[in-house]
Design a protein around this ligand. Structure first.
Ligand code: PRP
Ligand code: URA
Length: 212
């Protein structure tokens, strides 16, 4: 696959281990949900190395020192409904105070075109670093539309985090939104005719919520 300078594919042994269990069709809904959260937490650490810090004065038992903290209220999480919801707690483990917006998208099963059906974002989101999260980046249609929706509402600094991606999804996002860093845990082989990622893990929403 073509190399894109803003696409980061993690090659972390712990993530590989967890994804192998996630893919297994015999993994229970409970374990699937827990794994999505755990992988998201690891990815959040990895994708935060450039987070903006502000100096603060801290008094230790011995002296006053200048230390650095993530600026208060500078991060927002936006899951793409539904499957992105499964990743929210994983980011919250690292940033418990991050506000959460929601974008509802579904793919038309015939055309694979995404449709936005809901959007509610925290006030002031245009000044925050926004983590757009969705476990699956397949054709990239949902992510591209969600990025357009966020940009239309003034967001300037957005990071996309997906657990499993197909080359088609990476290409679509990297070409339409070259300013957005894309973090994925693993790059899969491709898509089947129904737009499912291969080998993938099936339908992430159904596996998270037991709807099939
Ligand atoms: C899944 C997934 C992504 C989208 C990826 O959602 O969670 O949002 O498909 O596919 P794309 O890259 O081809 O757009 P789905 O539309 O199945 O909705 P759901 O989360 O409500 O099940
Ligand atoms: N959405 C999913 O949930 N899984 C896929 O493989 C592709 C899109």
């Amino acid at each position: 696959m073509e190399q894109y300078k803003n696409v980061f594919i993690f090659d972390h042994p712990l993530i590989k281990h967890k994804i192998s269990i996630l893919r297994d069709k015999n993994t229970s809904m409970k374990e699937f949900r827990e794994l999505i959260e755990e992988i998201t937490t690891i990815m959040t650490y990895e994708s935060m190395s450039d987070v903006e810090l502000v100096p603060v004065q801290v008094e230790t038992p011995l002296e006053v020192t200048t230390q650095y903290r993530v600026a208060e209220d500078s991060i927002a999480i936006v899951p793409i409904l539904r499957a992105g919801l499964g990743m929210v707690n994983g980011v919250h483990r690292v940033f418990p105070t991050a506000k959460v917006g929601h974008i509802g998208m579904y793919r038309d099963e015939e055309t694979l075109e995404p449709h936005e059906y809901y959007c509610k974002l925290p006030e002031g989101i245009e000044n925050k670093t926004v983590f757009l999260i969705d476990p699956m980046l397949a054709t990239g249609g949902s992510a591209c539309d969600a990025l357009n929706a966020l940009k239309k509402r003034g967001c300037k600094k957005i990071k996309l985090m997906s657990i499993i991606a197909a080359p088609q999804g990476i290409k679509a996002v990297a070409e339409a939104h070259p300013d957005v860093p894309v973090y994925v845990s693993t790059l899969d082989r491709g898509l089947n005719e129904q737009g499912y990622i291969l080998p993938g893990l099936g339908d992430a929403g159904d596996r998270l919520y037991g709807t099939k």
